[in-house]
Design a protein around this ligand. Structure first.
Ligand SMILES: [Zn+2]
Length: 506
C-alpha cells in the first residue's frame, strides 16, 4: 500500500489540516503512520542533471558491459523512484547551500546562506535535532568538509563561504563522523586567524586523520578525516595518479568507514554521503570530471544500499540538490552514428581541465594546445579549434557574444563537444527537477514529485521526530537581505564556495 507523502510530513505544516479533514470539514480517519527506521543514509550527488545520470549509465555500459549502479537500482522492485523539485527562497535556480538547507531545516533559504534567514534568524538543523534524540550523525563528502552541502545538514551560517567559521560548528551540531577535504579551513598554519580548529576536535574526543591509510579499517566513536588542502581531487585525476590513490580515500571507502562505525549506535544513525564534485565538473563544462565522479558516487550508493538491504531497518534516500551545466550527448552525423563514437571518446580522457590548464600554462602556442589535448584526452584538434582555446586563455572568447560562453572552460567544453558530441547550456546551475530514489522501510514517499524541503519532515518522521522551524516570505527576506548587503558592503550570494578553484578557469 502506498503511503501518502502528507502522512509523513510533520503535523502543523501546510497541508496537515487538509489531510485531517475532508472538504466538508468532517474529520476523516488519519492515514497510516509513517514507518519508522533505525538508520537513515542520505546520498546526494551535487549538481547532477538527468543527462549526467543517463550519460554515466551509457558510459558504464561501454566500459564494463553492464548498467551503472543507479540505473540498475531504479529497475529493482525494492526501489521507489520519482523526482524532486529544487528551488530556493531567492530563486527558481538554487545554489547548494540553500538546497541542502531545505533538507537541513525544512525551509526554503536564500541562495548563499545556510539554515538562516537574511535577518539572522537561525533554524534548528537536522543533525542537531537527531543528535538530541540520541541518533549518531555523520557527514562524508568529496568537497571541503565545510562546503555548502554537508554544512546544510548541520550548521547555521550567514554566508556559505565562511568556511573557517563553519569548521568550528560541527561539534556543537552533533556530528560524530566527518570525512572530506579542506585542511585550509582547519589548520592554524593556513587559517587567516591562525586558530587551530583541529585542537577543538581533539579536545572533544575526535580522532584526527589526514590520509587514507589512517582511516581504512579505523574503529572508534568520533572522527575528523581531512584528506586534502581544498576539495578532494576529481576521480578522473585520482584514477590516473598512483600517489592520489594512496593518499585520498574514494567516496565509497569513506561511506564504508562511516557506516562501520555508526552502525552500533543504539538509537541509530543519520549519514549524509555527498558526491560533491559532479557539480564542479558541471561548472567547468568538463565531461571527464563530471562522468567519472558520477560513477564514483554510484559506487558509494551501492555501499549504502547493500548495507540497508542486509540491515532491514535503514532508509536510503538518493537524490541531487540541483543540476549543473546542462550537459547533453547530442545527435550527430548520419543516423546519429557519430553520437556513440562521441561518448566513446570519454573512455580515452585521462585528466580534468585543472591538469590540462596547468600543462598549458598561460600562453601556449596552438601546437602546444593540440599536443596537450591529444596527450591528456586522446583527441586531435584542428588548428582553428586549438586557436580558440589559446585565445580563451588570453580572454578572447570565440563565443563571447553569449553571456554563458565567456570563459576558458566553456570555450574548451564547446570545442571538445565537436569530438565528444557532448555540449553544455552554461557553467551555472539550472532549474531542472532531479532524480529521487529511495530504498528501505517507508520508501513509498519517493514516487511522484517531492518538494525539496519536505525531505526534512520525511527524515524526522522516519525517526519518530518532528520539528517546525519559522518561515519567511520572499518579500521579507528580500528586505532583510538588501539591508544586510548594505551593512556588509559585500555580496553574500557566493557564486561558489571555492572561488580560487573556479577562477583558475575563468
Ligand atoms: Zn555548484
Amino acid at each position: 500500500m502506498k503511503l501518502s507523502r502528507r502522512s509523513l510530513i510533520g503535523a502543523g505544516l501546510t497541508g496537515a489540516a487538509a489531510s485531517a479533514f475532508g472538504i466538508s470539514g468532517i474529520p476523516i480517519i488519519p492515514e497510516n503512520k509513517p514507518k519508522q527506521v533505525k538508520n537513515i543514509i542520505f546520498c546526494v550527488v551535487d549538481g547532477m542533471a538527468m543527462q549526467t545520470l543517463s550519460m554515466a549509465d551509457q558510459l558504464h555500459q561501454m566500459i564494463y558491459g553492464k548498467q551503472s549502479y543507479w540505473a540498475w537500482l531504479m529497475e529493482q522492485d525494492f526501489a521507489v523512484n520519482g523526482l524532486e523539485e529544487t528551488r530556493s527562497l531567492s530563486s527558481i535556480v538554487t545554489d547548494s547551500s540553500a538546497a541542502s538547507s531545505t533538507w537541513g531545516s525544512g525551509r526554503r533559504i536564500w541562495n548563499g546562506q545556510v539554515n538562516v534567514f537574511p535577518d539572522g534568524t537561525k533554524l534548528r538543523t537536522l543533525t542537531s535535532l537527531m543528535s538530541e534524540a540520541g541518533v549518531k550523525c555523520g557527514l562524508v563528502t568529496t568537497t571541503t568538509m565545510t562546503h555548502a552541502t554537508p554544512a546544510g545538514f548541520a550548521v547555521n551560517s550567514m554566508r556559505r563561504d565562511d568556511e573557517p567559521g563553519i569548521a568550528e560548528k560541527y561539534i556543537a551540531a552533533g556530528v560524530d563522523i566527518l570525512m572530506g577535504g579542506g585542511d585550509r579551513h582547519f589548520s592554524a598554519a593556513k587559517r587567516k586567524d591562525k586558530k587551530d580548529a583541529y585542537a577543538d576536535y581533539q579536545r572533544a574526543g575526535y580522532t584526527i586523520a589526514k590520509s587514507r591509510d589512517e582511516v581504512i579499517g579505523w574503529k572508534g566513536k568520533k572522527l575528523l578525516g581531512i584528506f586534502s588542502d581544498s576539495h578532494t581531487p576529481y576521480s578522473v585525476d585520482r584514477n590516473n595518479s598512483d600517489e592520489l590513490r594512496k593518499t585520498v580515500p574514494t567516496l565509497a571507502e569513506m561511506a564504508t568507514i562511516a557506516i562501520d562505525n555508526l552502525k552500533g549506535s543504539p538509537n541509530g544513525f543519520l549519514l549524509q554521503i555527498e558526491g560533491g564534485k559532479v557539480d564542479h565538473g558541471g561548472h567547468a563544462n568538463d565531461v571527464a570530471a563530471l562522468l567519472y565522479d558520477q560513477l564514483a558516487f554510484e559506487e558509494a550508493v551501492k555501499v549504502a544500499v547493500d548495507f540497508a538491504l542486509k540491515d532491514g531497518e535503514t532508509l536510503v534516500i538518493i537524490t541531487a540538490d540541483h543540476a549543473t551545466g546542462g550537459p547533453s550527448l547530442n545527435g550527430a552525423g548520419d543516423e546519429y552514428f557519430d553520437s556513440t563514437a562521441g561518448l566513446h571518446t570519454v573512455m580515452g580522457m585521462k585528466a580534468s581541465y585543472g591538469v590540462i590548464q596547468s600543462d598549458l600554462g598561460k600562453t601556449p602556442t596552438d601546437k602546444m594546445v593540440q599536443d596537450v589535448i591529444e596527450n591528456r584526452l586522446g583527441l586531435q584538434l584542428k588548428t582553428e579549434e586549438a586557436a580558440a582555446i589559446s585565445g580563451a586563455l588570453a580572454n578572447k572568447y570565440a563565443f563571447g557574444l553569449s553571456e554563458f560562453q565567456r570563459s576558458f572552460s566553456s570555450t574548451l567544453g564547446t570545442i571538445l563537444g565537436n569530438h565528444s558530441k557532448i555540449t553544455w547550456t552554461s557553467g551555472n546551475h539550472t532549474s531542472d527537477h532531479v532524480m529521487l530514489t529511495a530504498v528501505g522501510p517507508g520508501n513509498e514517499f519517493a514516487s511522484g514529485l517531492t518538494k525539496n524541503m519536505h525531505l526534512f519532515d520525511i527524515m524526522l518522521a522516519a525517526k519518530g521526530l518532528k520539528h517546525s522551524n519559522p518561515t519567511m516570505s520572499f518579500e521579507d527576506a528580500k528586505m532583510h537581505y538588501d539591508k544586510m548587503k548594505e551593512s556588509q558592503k559585500t555580496d553574500v550570494v557566493a557564486a561558489h564556495a571555492s572561488p580560487e578553484e573556479l577562477n583558475l578557469w575563468q
